[in-house]
Design a protein around this ligand. Structure first.
Ligand SMILES: [Zn+2]
Length: 300
């Protein structure tokens, strides 16, 4: 036998518990019956496999004072079915229906409500090595940018090193800009001289002095914990996203289009890009370019 389908959750849970509590005998042959439970009004019945599963009654109708009363769709005394019948009858006999209404209940956490967050925690807890890198998802940043930052933090952007580790044949995995380090995500976005010069320019604009930053994770941690004002932190984080995104685009333009751009120009483009994000997606629509170009924090 098998439990088919779409039972309401409380019944399902009880069935599941019952099934778990009974030592399941190995089936000698494929099951011939299926228990069918409908979506609406919790319709139940047993049908022979291959036949129509159209429901003929409700759960409530099948629950009697002495327990379940099955609604057979075929002759249960057919040869070879008795053992199966006894097994499922033994399981069902232990079931005690309650007075509460049936309904779906998610078992991921104690709230009983399905959330993607709860599902993610479940997956993370059951998957060794699952990346737990988190980033702040800022609504002013386009989704493609936030996704890029998230992937970059895990080192999963298509850098030369990442591609070679995935079996792509490359003539070299050394950074084509500085010819110094292996071209990994942290090198492209943080440690390369191009990234370093651009970041210094942006930090000066933000009124931030020299800060030793060696990885993308360190940069994001610095931005999200900097100072005491939450609004400033969020803005610095958003600016960091713009910084990383345009450094990546400049790198791609250099490699694929042979288009070279200076760190100073990239920094100017970052100012313009983040300004547009705030102007069109932020809450402060009255943001002024003149003030913004002097210091981003004058616009808060
Ligand atoms: Zn480099």
């Amino acid at each position: 036998m098998e439990l088919a389908g779409y039972c309401n959750a409380s019944i399902t849970t009880k069935w599941g518990t019952l099934l778990d509590s009974v030592e399941p005998p190995p089936p000698p042959e494929p099951a011939k019956f299926a228990i069918v439970v409908g979506r609406q009004d919790t319709i139940i019945g047993i049908v022979q496999k291959g036949r129509s599963t159209k429901a003929t009654c409700t759960v409530a109708e099948r629950i009697k004072a002495h327990g379940f009363e099955w609604n057979w769709a075929c002759d249960i005394h057919d040869a070879g079915l008795t053992q199966e019948l006894n097994q499922i009858t033994a399981i069902v006999r232990l079931f005690t229906p309650g007075d509460a209404s049936d309904g779906w209940k998610c078992g991921l956490d104690s709230s009983g409500i399905f959330t993607t967050c709860a599902m993610r925690v479940k997956v993370a807890n059951n998957t060794p090595g699952f990346p737990l890198n988190r980033i702040d998802w800022i609504k002013e940043a386009p989704l493609k940018v936030s996704t890029f930052i998230w992937k970059a933090k895990m080192g999963r952007i298509p850098s030369s090193l990442a591609l070679s580790q995935r079996g792509v044949n490359l003539s070299s995995i050394t950074c084509g800009h500085c010819n110094w380090g292996e071209e990994c995500a942290d090198h492209i976005l943080i440690n390369c001289s191009f990234a370093n010069d651009t970041r210094e320019w942006i930090f000066r604009w933000c009124g931030i002095g020299n800060v030793a930053i060696n990885s993308l994770g360190e940069l994001l941690k610095f931005a999200t914990t900097w100072g005491r004002c939450p609004k400033k932190r969020k803005l610095l984080t958003l600016i960091s996203y713009g910084l990383l995104w345009l450094i990546w685009k400049a790198r791609n333009d250099r490699i694929f289009k042979q288009r070279f751009i200076s760190p100073t120009l990239v920094a100017h483009n970052i100012k313009s890009l983040v300004y547009l994000w705030l102007k069109h997606k932020g809450e402060n629509k009255g943001i002024k370019w003149v003030m913004w170009s002097i210091s981003p924090f004058l616009c808060l």
